[in-house]
Design a protein around this ligand. Structure first.
Ligand SMILES: [Zn+2]
Length: 86
């Protein structure tokens, strides 16, 4: 699939993709990350819905809050992602 799509179309595609993130696999997530990167579309909050280490969606992540940081432990690869809480 190498069709050229506009930024707007890419945004829609990404938006639709993340509605159903829990049913996606790492291969699909990698693809959508690449699309976002190519189109320079920031994923922002959407970044938190999948693991940045193994690209698996966080289905039942263990979440800890310490100081002003949110720590999500990936149930798949056991690696931790940290996010600042605003
Ligand atoms: Zn992971």
């Amino acid at each position: 699939m190498n069709k050229k799509i506009s930024k707007k179309e890419a945004e829609n595609e990404i938006h639709e993709f993340f509605k159903d993130i829990l049913n996606k696999n790492p291969k699909e997530i990698k693809k959508i990350r690449r699309l976002a990167m190519n189109k320079k579309i920031p994923l922002k909050e959407l970044r938190k819905t999948f693991c940045k280490h193994c690209d698996n969606p966080h289905v039942e992540p263990s979440i800890r809050i310490k100081n002003d940081k949110l720590r999500i432990t990936c149930e798949n690869c056991d690696k931790k992602s940290r996010w600042k809480i605003k």
